[in-house]
Ligand binder design. Structure first.
Ligand SMILES: Nc1ncnc2c1ncn2[C@@H]1O[C@H](COP(=O)(O)OP(=O)(O)OP(=O)(O)O)[C@@H](O)[C@H]1O
Length: 252
């Protein structure tokens, strides 16, 4: 394995109950880069993130982080011992609690002293959120809430950030803010980002690499800019992934 690989799935089988969704999936994501997981609905993209974060049992195969076998580790171990943070789909804040209290909860495994020391450093990334520290989290805009979720995850100074469809429900401009933040984390802090995103075209513009899945297997792994520039793949691929924009398009 080349030593710039942060995440490696080797022949992984995982699923829900009797139903296996990842079917001997092998993939690799590079350290400090943003890798997009693409593919049609139900291909298993979110399942990859959940399996990596220890939320689903690995039935076969191995998962490695920086070459270390982490197969079977649970979410708490991944978070606290291996530096993996997961921002799931949808809204995951405590809406009635303040912005600051939500951040405090993000640092619960660190202890209050360390959490309070780190909160200002995370807030530097989000000037607008910082002005609303004592407002209820639910009063932030959708984009600000997503930024706060990412900020909460960053308190643990993760080396790997798993993020599932951060753009859902956000306007295109706000999506750009969230994407810019991820780019900054990768470029300035060397965070490895593995992201599921339906907003394929704008995500490809800011990502480094793209992996496409179909029926729980990798069917493509290419640099994001190459994929964006390839008219043939664009027609097939973006058509399939943009279900909202072109409901009758073929899948990948
Ligand atoms: N909790 C669950 N229990 C049973 N089956 C599930 C569960 N979550 C997902 N699945 C099934 O697993 C398959 C893969 O789901 P997954 O969410 O990984 O797909 P995806 O590629 O992320 O799709 P989408 O783009 O629609 O979010 C789907 O057929 C889905 O119905």
């Amino acid at each position: 394995m080349s030593n710039d690989i942060a995440i490696e799935f080797d022949d992984v089988v995982a699923g829900y109950g009797e139903f296996m969704i990842l079917n001997n999936l092998s993939l690799q994501a590079r350290r400090g880069k943003i890798t997009l997981l693409l593919g049609p609905n139900g291909a298993g993209k979110s399942t990859v993130l959940k399996t990596l974060f220890g939320l689903l049992k690995v039935r076969n195969g191995r998962i490695r982080l920086d070459g270390q076998d982490i197969t079977g580790a649970n979410a708490k171990q991944l978070l606290t011992e291996h530096g993996v943070a997961f921002v799931p789909q949808g809204r995951n804040l405590f809406g009635q609690l303040s912005v600051y209290e939500n951040l405090e909860l993000g640092g619960i495994t660190l202890g209050m002293k360390t959490t309070h020391e780190r909160i200002p450093e995370v807030l530097k990334l989000f000037p607008r959120v910082s002005e609303r520290l004592h407002s209820a989290a639910s009063s932030l805009s959708g984009g600000e809430q997503k930024q706060l979720e990412v900020g909460r995850a960053l308190l643990l100074r993760p080396k790997v950030l798993l993020i599932d469809e951060p753009s859902i429900g956000l306007s295109p401009l706000v999506v750009q803010d969230v994407f810019r933040l991820l780019r900054k984390l990768a470029d300035e802090q060397g965070v490895t980002v593995l992201m599921v995103e339906q907003n394929v075209k704008s995500a490809l513009k800011m990502a480094d690499e793209a992996i496409a899945l179909e029926s729980g297997r990798q069917v493509l792994h290419r640099p994001a800019d190459e994929l964006l520039a390839d008219p043939h793949i664009e027609r097939l691929f973006l058509g399939g992934a943009h279900t909202m924009a072109s409901p009758d398009a073929a899948t990948v």
